[in-house]
Design a protein around this ligand. Structure first.
Ligand SMILES: *[C@@H]1O[C@H](CO)[C@@H](O)[C@H](O)[C@H]1NC(C)=O
Ligand SMILES: *[C@@H]1O[C@H](CO)[C@@H](O)[C@H](O)[C@H]1NC(C)=O
Ligand SMILES: *[C@@H]1O[C@H](CO)[C@@H](O)[C@H](O)[C@H]1NC(C)=O
Ligand SMILES: *[C@@H]1O[C@H](CO)[C@@H](O)[C@H](O)[C@H]1NC(C)=O
Ligand SMILES: *[C@@H]1O[C@H](CO)[C@@H](O)[C@H](O)[C@H]1NC(C)=O
Length: 170
């Protein structure tokens, strides 16, 4: 399921983020806990598809949310999605590939939107937060087996530091 066929508010959000006011300083962003990626598997079938699946967790006490993200694309093309974010199921998380060198080396882009009930993030109506994070994945974090058909599984905790935060009108 490509993002282009799932035009969600989250996807639109990503596109309009540059115009949304950034409300937290760098220092404040750095104090936001990183997202955690778990149960990452990425498999490729020779002349078939590459398939990825992982769980993402946002430990921010305001949201404390998890989702499962997945994707599948033809193995002889580069990892998708690369420009659009793809929704993680019907959650408020979305993901893409920030970069994709191979199934053993890529960077996940992650975003998560939630409402901040304290209103501490922005002046109304900008009471929704969207956090952007990156997760570097390589053979330090996943172990791969096979030739042609390659199967990789997560072997070490993956932390995805938040690099930007935006306030968003609901
Ligand atoms: C986060 O959610 C989990 C599962 O619902 C719960 O067990 C845990 O106590 C929550 N943690 C916080 C900090 O709210
Ligand atoms: C392979 O990827 C294509 C393109 O994303 C998708 O349309 C197709 O359903 C996938 N096939 C399988 C077996 O996952
Ligand atoms: C989200 O998807 C899950 C699994 O498909 C489903 O059980 C749940 O009801 C859905 N939630 C919403 C809000 O649509
Ligand atoms: C994987 O990426 C991390 C973080 O960038 C880096 O410290 C580590 O050396 C890399 N591992 C390999 C095997 O390239
Ligand atoms: C790779 O996986 C496909 C699909 O499961 C299978 O048909 C094929 O025989 C496998 N190839 C090898 C070399 O194991």
């Amino acid at each position: 399921m490509r993002a282009s066929s799932v035009i969600s508010s989250l996807t639109l959000l990503a596109a309009t983020v540059s115009t949304a006011p950034l409300v937290r300083s760098r220092a404040a962003q750095a104090s936001d806990p990183p997202f955690q990626v778990s149960k990452l598997v990425i498999d490729t079938v020779e002349n078939g598809n590459t398939t990825i699946k992982f769980n993402v967790y946002d430990p921010d006490p305001l949201t404390n949310a998890t989702a499962t993200c997945s994707g599948s694309w033809k193995a002889d093309t580069s990892g998708n999605p690369q420009t659009d974010y793809e929704l993680c199921g019907n959650s408020t998380f979305a993901w893409n590939f920030d970069s994709f060198d191979s199934i053993e080396k890529f960077t996940l882009g992650l975003e998560h939107q939630f409402k901040d009930p304290s209103g501490s993030v922005g002046d109304p109506p900008y009471d929704s937060v969207i956090n952007f994070a990156n997760a570097v994945v390589n053979t330090t974090y996943i172990g791969c087996e096979g030739v042609g058909n390659v199967s990789c599984k997560q072997k070490k905790a993956i932390s995805a530091p938040i690099y930007a935060t935006a306030a968003k009108k609901r």
